[in-house]
Design a protein around this ligand. Sequence first.
Ligand SMILES: *Cc1c(COP(=O)(O)O)cnc(C)c1O
Length: 395
Amino acid sequence: MNKIYFDHNATTPVLDEVFDAMLPFLKEEWGNPSSIHWAGRVPKKAVEDAREQVAAFLGCSPVEIIFTSSGSESDNLGIKGVAYAKKNKGNHIITTKVEHPAVLKTCKYLEKEGFEVTYLNVDSAGMIDLGELKEAITDKTILITIMYANNETGVIFPVEEIGRIAKEHKITFHTDAVQAAGKLPIDTATLPVDLLTISGHKLYAPKGVGALFVRRGTRVVPIIHGGHHERNRRGGTENVAGIVGLGKACEMAAADMESERAHLEKMTTRLEEGIKEKVPHVYVNGGGSPRLVNTSNISFEFIEGESILLGLDMHQIAASSGSACTSGSLEPTHVLLAMGNTAELSHGSIRFSLGRINTMEEVELLLDVLPPIVERMRSMSPLYAGSNEPVVFKR
Ligand SMILES: *Cc1c(COP(=O)(O)O)cnc(C)c1O
């Protein structure tokens, strides 16, 4: 049985080209890029070449890129870095209820440090309301941090409009673009954002490397203190191999974006239509909003997502319930709850996130395997059994 991977929003495999580009820096080119002697020269150039690749991918200047250890670190640096840099101007931050924990928990932390945070609602389609955003702005607002695309539902937020609103009020705007990068064209030359986060391992580079775009003139206070690395903005000897991998992955993502999008869109559409056709009592979370072409978050009424996942795993099919960060706990996902789903419905949701390695044959295989699993689980569910006219949960 072939293994099938539908969990690309959790992590992606490292592309061969990325791996090959990294290898020399794990072996013969082990020097420290800060060294001025021979051993540092090639690694130093490799880091700066990668910075150019990331900058080209995001439409900015290489000096506007800070390499970090992860998407989480980039979010922390972007948010805390701006909050502390602007704390004399105000103490109010605006975000949403559906951010990744790297943003949500950073905001929670800042609340303990004396900052005030507004968490914007989303509607049942997972979309924010720009009117609510405008109303939340006060003369103390120093930062808006709103994700580009949601990792659980794939819902895409109107970052362009948000950026314009932020600019009008002279508020710094950070966006977590970890899930958008590689799936949507991002051009910071025209997009009104001041800071933007990406992560290597969501983009076919390895884990443990990320980047933060910081627009010229935007001050961030470092959160990792150390040497003069990254123009004094992030201490720590560079993860040279990881950075080279991220650079290569950005180059590949830019080159293949259009063909990949078409490929993903076809597969995701077939997956959703196939499931809706073959399985009753399902719906697509965020279905009414613009969404990433690779993400499909589906609620199966009356049953638990975890049991479906186990059934799929027996067929070597990997998907995810809630987000990878919350699976393992029985807490329903904060994203679906914020969309007004009941806890029961949130428990019955599965996220399929497709990627470059998937094929239409794999989607068809899922569509053969999934309906009987759901049917079997439902036949055992006390919520479903014995009822011809099953109770439909209120949303
Ligand atoms: C995965 C993810 C992160 C965290 O990135 P890491 O590199 O795993 O720390 C942040 N935001 C979003 C939207 C993500 O999907």
